[in-house]
Design a protein around this ligand. Structure first.
Ligand code: ZN
Length: 190
């Protein structure tokens, strides 16, 4: 008794049956990890919140000059890969004197510390695009594709990796932490 692949592979919902079936074939043959690693041999080197902030900032200045500045950018180990986008973008509004001030922050799920540079860029592009477009609509995806022309393909391949991760429980691009970097950084209130 087998459920249709589309229903079992939750990250690939919305993709056509043929595509999902191909992923499932690789999965069943234990070749999905090789397929991914072959395409993306190495992880990026953005290892800390500070490095992530600089990375996001660079991309924002290059592609979204008009967007509001970011107050905070961090890897968040409490974010799990079950949300649609694997990151969050929030705008915390508070009254300062008589003016309402919004602080923008971007949190990226900690699993993105150990992915190829292409996947990190894709997720950062997604969250940056939300600074301008809130909904996942046409304008939003146009902006994503403007910042990363390969956005849709990367979105798909990231979902393939999440599927692999869910089925195997093994991270493909894990690497030892450089010494002196604390994993237990807490998300301090802002
Ligand atoms: Zn989103």
């Amino acid at each position: 008794m087998t459920a249709p692949a589309t229903r079992r592979l939750k990250y690939l919902q919305g993709y056509c049956g043929d595509t999902v079936a191909r992923v499932e074939q690789l999965l069943l043959a234990n070749r999905l990890g090789d397929w991914l690693q072959n395409k993306y041999p190495a992880a990026h080197q953005v290892r800390t919140d500070k490095a992530l902030y600089d990375y996001v900032q660079q991309l924002r200045l290059a592609c979204l000059r008009g967007a509001e500045p970011l107050a905070k950018v961090l890897f968040d180990s409490k974010l799990h890969a079950v949300q649609h986008a694997l990151g969050t973008h929030t705008s915390i509004s508070r009254v300062q004197g008589t003016r309402l001030k919004a602080k923008r922050e971007i949190r990226i799920a900690a699993l993105f510390k150990e992915v190829p540079p292409e996947f990190l860029k894709m997720i950062v592009v997604h969250e940056l695009a939300h600074l301008k477009e809130r909904a996942h609509d046409k304008a939003f995806y146009q902006l994503c594709s403007y910042m990363e022309p390969n956005y849709h393909q990367l979105d798909f391949e990231l979902r393939v990796y999440l599927t692999y991760l869910e089925q195997s429980g093994t991270r493909l691009w894990g690497q030892p932490e450089p010494p002196g970097i604390s994993e237990n950084r807490t998300a301090a209130g802002s």
